[in-house]
Design a protein around this ligand. Structure first.
Ligand code: NAD
Length: 496
């Protein structure tokens, strides 16, 4: 009797283990969890469901590996990062497929993620050769005084699912290139792309055992692992990318343990469109900024402030374009708006739009869920006291406000607890610069929408959007300690 899966034509579900101390193994509890496809709802894979004990094993492995990785030569690190880039290039199609099946990521954003990470790995490969300190003139005769940067030790990396490849890569590559070891905790929504993949790539690239460790976990278990990563004395620094609410909770705990964190949090990013803008360009930019990856990017344009003289025409053209954006299967090249990550996200977007409409808002495109997608939605006259106005809504919803002038736009854009990214579209770049100087945002693009990142740039927010900066040349500030070292070339005198 044919009882095996092949004979019964049941697709075999792949099972993935955790990567700790250079070896793959199950969670110590033996538990697994299902990794789901947000479009089909099917199980993509079974993953090890780690917990605090697995995190502790990973931390101990990372601490042991630090002794030699922290003093490894720049060429050793360079060769590993370059090999990692080659491996990712070779596995490009497979990774694109996983991005779609784990996170509902379409072709355009998948490509952006792959290209970013290839560039990050290549840039990081040279980082080991950058100067690690300064010589500082001393008033003590014969004293050579130096500020020397050294890796901190074990770094915990906690990452979200939304740009799973980029965000996991930047969270591990920056600390690793500086000689730290890492424990990576991917989101429960993207354990393969943001976790298992990196274990596989760096193992093949020749990274020594324990330098990178990956702990995956089931929904609901992040807290226990997070506590272990913050409380364990071997962990010297934590980088967190995710929502402001979670980041705030973790920062409070980290404060108790006097641990420094990099916090890359949410945003409610403004896009200002002035009356001297090229409207066709502004419409295209706004659609891309609001709807790429169905609005599930921290940098998305969420609030559009349009100067009154062009507001009617902009609204008409932007709504028409948004209504034409196809929604559906992310693997279909025609799809712009794929599925939201899960049912919770879909019902949250639906509830917030409905609440705004009940309060008097007008929907000009979209406005209702269709299957697992929420079509591109343009909404105006949104009351200031509803959740859509006040919270970051991680989905394809663009709120359009008409403003009297640039001052009005700046005032409204800054009237927010967040400050991640911003865009200003104007025919006058000088005017754009003057506006940029007054916007409360860590990242401001003039004559562009707010979504843009390159590995060498100082990425990060102000206000409740976080602290610290990723970026190959800025990461040393976050993932090294500066030590003051002096050498006396001759004996000094003492007063007694
Ligand atoms: P989230 O805060 O729910 O989760 C982020 C990570 O934190 C996940 O790995 C999750 O498992 C983990 N986590 C949750 N609770 C935890 C706890 N108690 N202890 C330890 N870890 C815990 O965010 P999300 O829904 O995965 O991602 C979307 C959010 O991330 C949005 O707010 C978005 O703006 C933000 N984001 C920010 C950036 C940035 O660079 N500023 C980039 C991407 C996403």
């Amino acid at each position: 009797m044919a009882t095996d899966a092949k004979a019964l034509r049941i697709p075999t579900i792949p099972v993935f283990e955790q990567f700790i101390g250079g070896a793959w193994g199950p969670a110590w509890s033996g538990r697994t969890f299902d990794d789901l496809d947000p479009w089909s709802g099917q199980i993509v894979a079974r993953m090890a469901a780690g917990d605090a004990w697995d995190a502790r094993r990973a931390i101990e492995a990372a601490q042991e590996a630090f002794a030699s990785w922290g003093t490894s030569t720049p060429s050793t690190r360079q060769n590993i990062f370059l090999r990692a880039a080659d491996i990712l290039e070779r596995r490009r199609a497979e990774v694109m497929d996983w991005l779609a099946s784990e996170t509902g990521c379409g072709h355009d954003f998948g490509l952006i993620q792959i290209e970013f990470v290839l560039s990050l790995l290549k840039q990081a490969s040279g980082a080991g050769y950058a100067a690690v300190g300064q010589v500082i003139p001393s008033d003590q005769p014969g004293s050579l005084a130096m500020a020397v940067r050294r890796p901190v030790g074990v770094v915990a990396a906690i990452v979200p699912w939304n740009a799973a490849l980029i965000l996991s890569a930047r969270a591990i590559v920056a600390p690793l290139m500086l000689g730290n070891t890492v424990v990576l905790k991917p989101s429960e929504e993207s354990p393969w792309v943001a976790g298992v993949l990196w274990g596989q790539i760096f193992q093949e690239a020749g990274l020594p055992p324990g330098v990178l460790n990956v702990v995956t976990h089931a929904p609901g278990d992040a807290g226990a692992i997070g506590n272990e990563l913050i409380e364990h004395p071997f962990v010297r620094r934590i980088n967190f990318t995710g929502s402001t609410a979670t980041g705030r909770r973790l920062a409070e705990k980290a404060g108790r343990h006097l641990k420094r964190m990099v916090l890359e949090l949410g945003g409610q990013n403004p896009l200002i469109i002035l009356s001297d803008a090229d409207l066709a360009y502004a419409v295209d930019a706004a659609a891309y900024g609001a709807f790429l990856h169905q609005g599930q990017i921290c940098m998305c344009a969420r609030r559009l402030f349009v100067e009154r003289p062009v507001a009617d025409e902009f609204l008409e053209r932007f709504s028409a374009k948004s209504a034409r954006l196809a929604h559906g299967d992310p693997r279909d090249a025609r799809t712009v708006i794929g599925p939201l990550i899960n049912n919770h996200a879909l019902s949250m977007v639906t509830r917030r739009v409905d609440e705004a409409v009940a309060g008097g808002a007008r929907v000009l495109a979209g406005g209702h869920p269709v299957g697992r997608c929420y079509p591109a939605t343009v909404i105006t006259d949104v009351p200031s006291n509803c959740e859509l106005s006040q919270e970051e809504t991680f989905g394809p919803v663009a709120i359009v406000d008409i403003v009297d002038d640039a001052d009005d736009a700046i005032r409204r854009a800054n009237d927010s607890v967040w400050g991640l990214t911003a865009g200003v579209i104007t025919g006058d770049a000088e005017r754009g610069m003057a506006i940029a100087e007054r916007l409360d945002a860590g990242i401001i693009h003039i004559n562009d929408q707010p979504i843009h990142d390159e590995p060498q740039m100082p990425f990060g927010g102000v206000k409740d959007s976080g602290w610290g900066r990723f970026g190959v040349t800025f990461a040393p500030e976050e993932f090294t300690d500066t030590h003051w070292v002096t050498v006396k070339r001759r004996q000094r005198t003492f007063p007694f």
